[in-house]
Design a binder for this molecule. Structure first.
Ligand code: FAD
Length: 396
């Protein structure tokens, strides 16, 4: 048919926003839209540190995509994207091929291990519902096994990276460990939790006063920081850190130290920097009027020339602009430039604690923790309305 085909790859923050906007704006028979995702659900990546530690149920971190888009208007395809062929305008899936007139790449990022030996093989990573289930079950099994074999490395936990993900996870882990100690009758002082960061500070780039506050909160929960200390190697039974190659024995290592672009994007032949494509202000892949890229695999610079960090916030703002620009292309209109509007940053520090910056206001403690909940619930409301917010939102 002559109806343009729009294919969206990935149903994360960017992909869902793009699909929902297209579904709302497209006229009958104006375009065919297909949304491809490797799972049949959308997960709230920004919430995954909680089910990973076991402080919240896995069910509160995902929702079926069919609840978010209208299947009369959008074809849902559950499959793995294997390859993008930009010259042929085709996408190779594990079980078929799609051709497109307009392509939206919103596949998210992948963990970056900076080539640290053993990290890919031995560390666990917070990436998906399946990966966080593995982390939670692993942590629980260490406590159970410790009761019989009393091996100290079972109660030693290393979190690699003290960026936002590392800090948010280590906070939940500390809360969870206290609970597991009570449950299994283990003394809390037998447990060691290390947060190792190579940069000279935790939460690099964040407000120093709030960083100090965050570290105090976490130290009080029993977290030992090793800041300005690089992990040199990850082994099956622990990590080797620092210039003096100190070994920290640990049966559990969770790596949160970096994000790179998706391999599929790199392999498509686009010019990439650590797997990310520097997109233009209309969110095109340079040189391809028919390909848009958003989210963790896209690289954009702020007016001062610094790259925006990969966040859900920027991804969900890019989605509707991509949808508008595809509509504009179909209708022969001018595309719109994307401008990022910073709504602030909040990092949770476990139960009842958080730090954040909104505008020029610094927030900490209970107020920041409440704001974090509002942000989470806002996303549920945007994509699924009141019913989803009530069903999955944490109000207490
Ligand atoms: P994603 O949301 O990652 O979605 C990509 C989708 O594509 C996924 O559904 C995935 O399954 C699918 N996919 C990937 N590869 C394939 C393939 N080959 N085939 C088919 N499907 C595929 N950001 C914030 O702004 N605020 C926060 O508070 C915050 N907290 C965070 C806390 C944690 C624990 C983590 C891990 C991240 C946090 N982030 C936060 C970052 C944020 O989650 C990411 O920047 C955001 O998810 C990126 O969105 P995206 O649209 O690029 O892709």
């Amino acid at each position: 048919s002559s109806i343009p085909k729009i294919v969206i790859l990935g149903a994360g923050y960017g992909g869902i926003m793009t699909a929902q906007r297209l579904q709302k704006e497209l006229n009958y028979n104006e375009a065919d839209v297909t949304l491809v995702n490797r799972h049949e659900y959308h997960y709230f990546t920004t919430h995954l540190h909680m089910p990973a530690a076991g402080t919240d149920a896995e069910e509160n971190a995902y929702v079926p995509i069919s609840k978010l888009v209208d299947e009369f208007k959008i074809d849902l395809v559950k499959s793995n994207v294997k390859q993008i062929l930009p010259q042929e305008k085709k996408v190779i899936l594990e079980d078929g091929t799609l051709s497109y007139d307009y392509l939206v790449i919103s596949l998210g990022g992948e963990p970056e291990t900076f080539g640290i030996p053993g990290m890919m093989e031995n560390a666990m990573m917070i990436r998906s519902i399946n990966s966080v289930r593995k982390i939670r079950e692993h942590i629980e099994s260490q406590f159970v096994a410790y009761k019989t074999d009393k091996k100290p490395e079972r109660l030693s936990f290393v979190v690699g990276g003290a960026g936002f993900t590392g800090i948010e996870f280590v906070a939940e882990l500390a809360d969870r460990v206290a609970e597991l100690c009570r449950k299994h009758g283990i003394d809390r002082s037998a447990v060691k939790i290390y947060n190792v960061e190579a940069a000279p500070t935790a939460l690099p780039g964040f407000d120093p006063e709030l960083v100090e506050y965050a570290m105090k909160v976490l130290q009080n929960k029993g977290v030992t920081f090793k800041i300005g200390v690089a992990i040199k190697e990850c082994q099956p039974d622990g990590v080797v850190v620092g210039d003096d190659l100190e070994k920290i024995p640990a049966n559990t290592v969770v790596w949160t130290g970096g994000i790179r672009g998706n391999r599929v994007v790199e392999e498509a032949g686009f010019e990439t920097m650590r797997g990310r494509v520097k997109i233009d202000e209309y969110l095109h892949v340079p040189g391809y009027e028919d390909i848009f890229m958003i989210g963790d695999s896209a690289l954009m610079f702020n007016p001062e020339g610094r790259p925006y960090p990969p966040t859900a916030q920027i991804s969900m703002q890019q989605g509707p602009v991509v949808a508008q620009n595809i509509l504009a292309a179909i209708r022969g209109q001018q595309p719109k430039k994307f401008t990022f509007s910073n709504k602030g940053t909040v990092a949770s520090l476990g139960k009842g604690e958080a730090v954040g910056i909104v505008g020029d206001r610094k927030l900490k403690g209970w107020v920041a923790a409440q704001l974090k909940k509002v942000i989470d619930i806002r996303w549920l409301f945007i994509i699924g309305g009141v019913s989803l917010a009530l069903k999955k939102g944490k109000f207490l």
